[in-house]
Design a protein around this ligand. Structure first.
Ligand code: HEM
Length: 515
C-alpha cells in the first residue's frame, strides 16, 4: 500500500509557486474547508493524483504582477497602500497577491468596505492571524484581537474603558512631564532620526497610560519585540525561526517578566484616576469577573495590548505628521500658534486640545495618506460570493480597506497632502466607507481616541518648547515598512533652541517656608 509522503498543489502553470505551494499544507490541517486535497503518493509506481488546492483553483481571480519566488514582497516592504490602489484600479475589487510563499485574496475599494461592514462577521475570522502574537506574549487563550463572535464582544466591552482617552486627561501633568524628560535628553543642534526617537516617546507615553510606569528599563526590548512579532506572525515578512534567536527570546522574557511584576505589584488606581482607574485596573477587574474568558495568564498577556496595537501605529503617524508640519511653513506656523494656545492657560485640557484644529486636520490627512494599518488580515470562515467571484472557506483574505483613501472620486487630488479637505466646507472624509484608518467591523480600533490625543499632546509639547527644523531641509519623505509604513531614516529633525521654559506646574511643589 503506498503511503502519503507529502502534499502538493498540482495546478501547474496557474499556480505560480508550483511545487512549493504551501497553501495546500495549511488546508490539510483544516479538513473540510473548501479544499480538494492533493496528495503526491510515493509507492512502487510513484502515483500522483492531479488535484488542486482551492486557491489555485481560483485562476479566474486576477493576480497582481510580482517577481518569481518573492511575489509582491517589494510592495509589502515599501508603499503598500499605493500598490494596492494601483492593483484595484487595474484589476478590480478582487485580486490575488503573494508574499514569499504566502498567498492572499485581496478585497478592495468602497464596495469591499461596504461588504465587510455589513457582512464581515458572517464570513471572516481574525483568530488564526493573531494566534502567534497571543502566544508570544504568554497568553493561553486568544486575545481580544484574535477573538470573534460573542466572546469577542464581551471581552471588547470589558476592556473598552481601559483603551479610552477619557482617564488620560486627569493625568496630563504626568504625560507632559515624561515627554519633556525625554525631549531634554535629545541632543541640541544635531540631526536626529525621527522615527526611532518618536517611537521611544510613544512607548514611554503608552507605558504611563497603561501601567503608570515608564517601561524605560525594557524600552528597547519592547520596541524590538513588537516589531519582530508583527513581522513574523502577522505580515510573515520574516521567517518563523527568528522567534528562536537569542535576541528575540531575551526580549520576550524581559517583557513577560515585566508584565508579571506589574500584575503582582498592582493595587487599584481608582482613587487616583477618577474615570475608572488605569488599564491594569480594567484588565484585572475583567479577569476577576470573567475568569472563564480571561485566566490569569491571559490577563497578564493582555497588559501588552496597548503596545501591540498602539506603539508602531501611533509612532508612525506622529512621525509623518511632524514631517508634514515641518515641510510646510504655513503649517509650521499654525502648529506653533496652536501649541502656544494649548499651554497658555496652564495644564492642557480637553477644551484647549480641541482647539488644535489645523494640527488635527493634518493628523487626519496623515492617517489618510499613511494609514499604519494598511490592510486587515482575515481567514474566510464561511465561503461567499463577492463582485462575481466565489471565495471559498479557508481562504486567507486581505481586506485592503484603505485603498479608498487614494481614489480620486472620493478624495480630490488624492496624492496631495491637503488637510483642508477635512474642513467644514469639504468634509471629504464623511463620505460612506471613504476614510477608514481605524478599520471596519467588530474589531474597529478601540484606541482611536487615545491615538488622537497622542497626536495632539506630542505635537503641542514639541512645538511649544522647541524650535524645530527638518534635516536635510526640503527632504522628500519616503515610506519604509518597518513593519508598518513609517518615514525613512533619512528624515531627521534638529532641536535648534528652547522656545519656552518648561511650565511651572511641572516643577515639584516647594515646601512651605515658615514666616
Ligand atoms: C495611528 C494610530 C492607530 C491606528 C491607525 C489604529 C488602527 C487600528 C485598526 C485598523 C484596527 C483594526 C484591526 C483589525 O481589524 O484587524 C485596530 C484595532 C485595535 N486598536 Fe488601534 N490603531 C491605532 C492606535 C491604537 C492605540 C494607541 C491603541 C491603544 C492604546 C489601539 C488599540 C487597539 C485595539 C485594542 C484594537 C483591537 C480591537 C478589537 O480587537 O476589538 N490602537 N486599530
Amino acid at each position: 500500500m503506498p503511503t502519503v509522503t507529502e502534499s502538493r498543489c498540482m495546478a501547474g502553470s496557474s499556480c505560480n509557486l508550483g511545487q512549493a505551494c504551501r497553501h495546500l499544507r495549511v488546508r490539510r490541517s483544516q479538513p473540510g474547508v473548501g479544499l480538494t486535497p492533493v496528495f503526491k503518493v510515493r509507492g512502487p509506481a510513484s502515483l500522483v493524483l492531479p488535484l488542486q488546492c482551492s486557491f489555485c483553483s481560483m485562476p479566474n481571480i486576477p493576480q497582481a504582477p510580482g517577481a518569481p519566488v518573492i511575489g509582491n514582497l517589494h510592495a509589502f516592504t515599501s508603499d503598500l497602500r499605493s500598490f494596492l490602489t494601483e492593483q484595484y484600479l487595474a484589476l478590480g475589487p478582487v485580486f490575488r497577491v503573494s508574499v514569499l510563499n504566502h498567498r492572499y485574496v485581496v478585497l478592495a475599494g468602497p464596495e469591499a468596505n461596504e461588504f465587510v461592514t455589513r457582512k464581515g462577521t458572517d464570513h471572516f475570522v481574525a483568530q488564526e492571524i493573531w494566534d502567534g502574537v497571543t502566544k508570544a506574549v504568554g497568553g493561553e487563550n486568544p486575545s481580544m484581537i484574535a477573538l470573534d463572535g460573542p466572546r469577542h464582544a464581551i471581552v471588547r466591552r470589558g476592556l473598552k474603558p481601559g483603551y479610552a482617552a477619557g482617564p488620560l486627561y486627569s493625568r496630563m501633568v504626568k504625560l507632559i512631564g515624561c515627554q519633556l524628560d525625554l525631549l531634554r535628553q535629545w541632543p541640541r543642534a544635531q540631526p536626529l532620526t525621527v522615527f526611532p526617537q518618536v517611537k521611544r516617546l510613544v512607548a514611554m507615553l503608552l507605558g504611563y497610560m497603561a501601567t503608570n510606569e515608564s517601561a524605560e528599563d525594557v524600552m528597547d526590548d519592547f520596541i524590538y519585540l513588537f516589531k519582530a512579532m508583527l513581522q513574523i506572525h502577522v505580515f510573515k515578512t520574516r521567517p518563523s525561526f527568528m522567534q528562536h534567536l537569542p535576541r528575540y527570546t531575551r526580549s520576550r522574557q524581559a517583557i513577560l517578566d515585566m508584565a508579571r511584576r506589574i500584575w503582582l505589584d498592582h493595587t487599584y488606581m481608582d482613587d487616583m484616576v477618577p474615570e475608572g482607574g488605569n488599564f491594569v485596573d480594567v484588565v484585572r477587574r475583567f479577569h476577576e469577573e470573567h475568569p472563564d474568558l480571561m485566566n490569569e495568564r491571559d490577563a497578564i498577556a493582555a497588559l501588552n495590548g496597548p503596545f501591540i496595537a498602539g506603539l508602531d501605529t501611533a509612532a508612525s503617524t506622529i512621525s509623518f505628521l511632524i514631517y508634514h508640519i515641518l515641510a510646510d511653513r504655513d503649517l509650521t506656523a499654525a502648529a506653533i500658534e496652536e501649541a502656544d494656545a494649548v499651554f497658555a492657560d496652564g495644564v492642557p485640557n480637553r477644551n484647549s486640545l480641541r482647539s488644535m484644529i489645523r494640527v488635527r486636520w493634518a493628523a487626519m490627512e496623515t492617517l489618510r495618506l499613511y494609514p499604519p494599518a494598511t490592510v486587515l488580515s482575515r481567514s474566510v470562515s464561511q465561503g461567499f460570493r463577492f463582485a462575481g467571484f466565489d471565495i471559498p472557506a479557508g481562504t486567507h483574505c486581505m481586506l485592503a480597506h484603505t485603498v479608498t483613501h487614494g481614489l480620486p472620486e472620493l478624495f480630490k487630488d488624492p496624492d496631495c497632502f491637503d488637510p483642508e479637505r477635512f474642513g467644514p466646507e469639504r468634509r471629504e472624509h464623511m463620505q460612506p466607507n471613504a476614510f477608514v484608518p481605524y478599520g471596519l467591523g467588530p474589531h474597529t480600533c478601540l484606541g482611536a481616541s487615545t491615538a488622537d490625543l497622542l497626536f495632539l499632546i506630542v505635537t503641542a509639547t514639541l512645538f511649544r518648547h522647541y524650535e524645530v527644523t527638518m534635516d536635510p531641509p526640503g527632504h522628500k519623505v519616503r515610506i519604509k515598512m518597518q513593519p508598518l509604513p513609517s518615514p525613512d531614516n533619512r528624515f531627521r529633525l534638529i532641536l535648534q533652541s528652547v522656545r519656552h521654559p518648561e511650565p511651572e506646574w511641572l516643577l515639584p511643589a516647594q515646601p512651605a517656608v515658615a514666616s
